[in-house]
Ligand binder design. Sequence first.
Ligand SMILES: Nc1ncnc2c1ncn2[C@@H]1O[C@H](COP(=O)(O)OP(=O)(O)O)[C@@H](O)[C@H]1O
Ligand SMILES: [Mg+2]
Length: 405
Amino acid sequence: MATVVMLEALAFGLERLSAAAGRLGVDLVLLTFDRAYYSRQLQRAGEIRVVDVDTFDADAVRHALDGLGRVDGMVSNTDTWAPLAEQLASERGFPNVISQAARLRDKVWVRNRLVDAGLTRLRAVRGSDWAALPAASRPAMAVVKDAAGTSSKNVLLAERQEEVEARIAELVERGVPAERVTVEPYLCGPLYSAETYTTESGTVLFGINSRTISELPDFREMDLTFPVDRGGAWEKEIADWACEVLGAIGRGVGPSHIEFIQTASGPEVVEVNPRLGGGHIGEAVLRVTGVDPYELLLVQALEPRLEERHVAAATCRPTAGGFAQVLKYASRTGPLGPVEGADVLSLFPGDITWTPLKGPDTVIDSVADQGACYGFLTATGPNPDTALSRALAAARHLRTSASAP
Ligand SMILES: Nc1ncnc2c1ncn2[C@@H]1O[C@H](COP(=O)(O)OP(=O)(O)O)[C@@H](O)[C@H]1O
Ligand SMILES: [Mg+2]
């Protein structure tokens, strides 16, 4: 039996990984510093063995790997642990683990590389280089954010050029060094994400997710629906563009989640995550396209040469035409309290599923970013629009004492 190790994992999907491991006859081991983080998922993920280890300590992880006997492959599907996974893969010869992880996490490098390749128009500049930038090269409206950030933390809007310096200082005060701050033009238009998988045969686009973003000054993701414009000309255009984007930054084999804004003059990259999309994006791909991206992660960890035929082999019959997710947020800080309204969800159409993320005693310390999200509601439908309408109708009923104005 082949053994595959996951170096931490995303907040969702362990049940699907467990099921895939069972089907493929893989011994799947999760290395984690925080078993409790996965506890809700692990209750339903019987095929996964969990090993507690400080995953921030490379030597501790090496020691844990040594204790497992023969290990055939590694799944790296997070932002934080990708550089360590890359290091371990090079030491131990695990196939198809990420390469150049640190560079891919640098939003300045990614954007400017894509400008050089003619795939995005507008350059980013590091916070530490802002003062030296000629006024004519400064964007009128800018986003000032952590170039290695996640979860919409440390994303600030500067509505005028003159505000940029103060925004950089604000991030530095929060502990983000100026050379890790990116200042980039504020992109006008709706946000989407392209969900892709790259094999030696090329890149396939699973589909495009929509986004609604919270009111300013925050940048919280409120809802998503999938797959937008399936089979349409725009989807084809994005498929070609995404393929070029991944080639230009040297992504290599594996899943990618490309966030972009569709501006009046075409798509502009926001960030490229070399992993599956977060939340229930993997589930959306599975339900709508029939391709099981979780199974693919395991196949990728074991196959020396991943090809398009492996994607075809990981495909079953789709079970929905559209899949939507609504993220529920606390709107004030303090203890979350119990979530009410879940009892009526079964009355709503769309195979509604509610996945709580936090217990009632959880203390919410900021409502400005995704950390205030207390759960995800999902719905299916014959198409993405109907799935989203259904999800929004049901999600209104979920309330906590921390969501009162
Ligand atoms: N240049 C930009 N123009 C407009 N909105 C942006 C820009 N950069 C980021 N955002 C907004 O901020 C959000 C978070 O930024 P992102 O780079 O995706 O960080 P994270 O890794 O935290 O998701 C995006 O989803 C988008 O809504
Ligand atoms: Mg993002």
